[in-house]
Design a protein around this ligand. Structure first.
Ligand SMILES: [Zn+2]
Length: 610
């Protein structure tokens, strides 16, 4: 990225950040997961029009950091429902002011011409919406969390970890400090590596000799560490430690929601987390999200942490885990600078309700004290999801679940629950119907997520009461057949269908991996596990953009998901032609230029850290 891209708005410390980004790019390129060609070209301002954009909205409540920007000479898929592909878009004060084919008409939207960027024929799409993920959990990870979603071999892992280590300051006493750890907790599976296993202690030592390492699969492991990490874990004091570590660095998985070695290790790292460390990981998380083109995230909460080794990667404190995000947003507003080095995403927050008592104290307190759809364009609340009651009481018909569901319905809240098994969607949809018989929910958009096994009769019943389904790709990591979800049947049924990641524990955030799975049915091992249930690429794009507005709801329905005048100016310029690349190259797609509300928040290759 050329220095002119920053328009003279560089801050002290920029040079260090530039080094970090170089490290990220090197690691990613070594991982063979992307192409860098044209990234700089796509971000290059046109001669004579490069002025720093970014006037504030002058008290406009609808937006915070907002910019002025023209993108031209692109193939901009507006997703307006009419198949419009424009070559020029003008974003003024954060909102689309013009979309069409005339650069002159775009410039006439401004009294002073803003920066204009020549897309050189690249394909651009609206910023992608991930309407079911756990980005807040990812932002609270201990250590220097480093996504492994795009690694396809042990060598890729080593290259990415070596680049990460090279970008960190050396540690004076690395086996003593949890904050020196380079970590990956969830979001990947060993089945995506060609060796179909985790790296060993020796392989991690070879890549990262100077920092402790902790790589943990899914919710509860297994996990692996290097020599420095082994020393750390074996010296964790009781009652959390010591953590048993094998000679090969292996740390055994814990049973789900029960204590075990991986739970001990994760807790040992979490116990040292500071607020500043969380904020650092929030920024890293945002940088990664912007680089894969996901600009809006509907977070679906966490299992409520008990701070014991029974906690897994999906546990956090639902009452404090958003605070590091809010702090990063507040700092971004104060600075009022183009956040090119603090890639900003839009966060939407669902509240996970977690009662096991039929008197539903958790749901009652939330519903009485939280405001649905409250906030601003950058961060806004949603409603209930992805649970209405704790995991032992989530099936519909259970008294605790029914009481919470009825409370949500009476409050007029949207609600989302998840279905994982061959039968739970049945009790949930029957539960929705039982609620609807007492309190109509047909206008509230109640959603069942994941639904790998849902059947047409239950789809019809859910559709009748105004529900929708939110489809996630965690089966990509599975070997089970059939893998589901039945994308084709659901899309053809006419029920609202959202696409999302359910990242970042059991699935990757990267939407292009989901696009690969949804359009091919092929899992990480290369096996066809979802025959006859594919979506087209056009459908995948629609369901990650315009169709996902239904799942965001509230004000966002009129603000996001398409590139039309009056909507927020969130644009993703892709590294390659989504409609032309070979199937196996879909997973390598990423953003080379991400614009959020008219501000450039990312350029270049995949960024694993801010
Ligand atoms: Zn989820």
């Amino acid at each position: 990225m050329g220095s002119d891209e920053h328009g003279g708005r560089e801050r002290p410390g920029m040079s260090r950040r530039a080094v970090l980004k170089t490290g990220a790019v090197t690691g990613a390129a070594a991982a063979g997961s992307m192409t860098m060609a044209g990234a700089a070209a796509a971000a290059q301002p046109a001669a004579g029009t490069a002025t720093a954009g970014g006037q504030r909205g002058g008290g406009d409540w609808r937006t915070s950091p907002a910019g002025d920007l023209i993108l031209y000479n692109g193939r901009i898929h507006t997703m307006d429902g009419s198949g419009t592909v424009a070559s020029v878009i003008a974003i003024r004060g954060g909102f689309v002011a013009y979309v069409g084919d005339s650069l002159g008409a775009a410039q006439r939207q401004f009294t002073t011409w803003p920066r204009a960027i020549d897309l050189r024929g690249r394909m651009a799409v609206p910023g992608l919406i991930d309407c079911h993920n756990h980005v807040v959990l990812m932002g609270n990870r201990p250590g220097h969390h480093t996504p492994l979603e795009n690694a396809y071999s042990i060598a890729d892992v080593q290259a990415l970890y070596a680049a990460r280590a090279a970008a960190l300051p050396p540690s004076p006493n690395p086996a003593a400090s949890a904050d020196d750890f380079i970590t990956t907790i969830g979001g990947f599976s060993p089945s995506q590596f060609k060796e179909a296993r985790l790296p060993t202690l020796a392989e991690l030592d070879a890549a990262v000799p100077g920092h402790p390492v902790y790589i943990s699969v899914g919710f509860t492991g297994p996990s692996v560490t290097n020599t420095l990490g082994k020393t750390f874990f074996e010296n964790v004091a009781p009652p959390v430690g010591p953590v048993p570590v094998g000679a090969d660095g292996s740390i055994a998985a814990a049973p789900f929601l029960a204590p075990g070695p991986t739970g001990q290790a994760t807790l040992a790292l979490r116990q040292t987390l500071t607020f500043d460390a969380r904020k650092r990981t929030v920024r890293d998380t945002m940088a990664y999200a912007a680089s894969v083109g996901v600009t809006t995230h509907l977070d679906q909460g966490a299992f409520q942490a008990a701070n014991t080794p029974a906690d897994g990667s999906a546990h956090e404190d639902n009452y404090t885990m958003h605070l590091p995000f809010l702090s990063v947003y507040a700092e971004g507003e104060q600075r009022d600078v183009e956040p090119a080095d603090e890639a900003i995403i839009r966060l939407r927050i669902n509240y996970l309700l977690w009662d096991s008592d039929p008197s539903i104290p958790v749901a009652t307190a939330r519903i009485q004290n939280a405001f649905p759809f409250f906030g601003n364009d950058l961060v806004r609340t949603g409603a209930a999801g992805e649970f209405l009651a704790d995991i032992f009481h989530y099936a519909g018909g259970n008294t605790t679940w029914m009481n919470a569901a009825l409370a949500a319905a009476r409050a007029g809240w949207r609600a989302e629950v998840h279905s994982l098994t061959a039968t739970d969607f049945q009790t949930e949809i029957a539960g929705f119907e039982a609620v609807n018989a007492q309190v109509p929910i047909s206008g509230l958009r109640w959603v069942v997520a994941h639904v790998p096994f849902i059947t047409p009769d239950y789809v019809a019943r859910l559709k009748t009461i105004g529900g929708g389904v939110n489809l996630t790709p965690y089966e990509y990591f599975n070997t089970a057949k059939p893998g589901g979800p039945p994308y084709r049947m659901l899309a053809d049924s006419g029920i609202p269908v959202g696409l999302s990641s359910d990242g970042m524990q059991i699935a990757p955030m990267n939407p292009w991996i989901h696009a690969f799975y949804a359009t091919t049915g092929i899992n990480a091992l290369g096996d066809q596990i979802n025959p006859g249930q594919q979506l087209t690429r056009a459908e995948v794009l629609e369901h990650f953009t315009s169709a996902n507005r239904w799942f965001l709801g509230g004000q966002d329905e009129e603000l996001l998901g398409t590139l039309e005048a009056g909507r927020l100016g969130d644009v993703v310029v892709l590294s390659d032609d989504y409609f032309a690349v070979a199937d196996e190259d879909l997973r390598k797609l990423h953003s080379v230029l991400t614009v959020l509300g008219g501000r450039v928040v990312h350029s270049g290759g995949i960024r694993y850290w801010a």
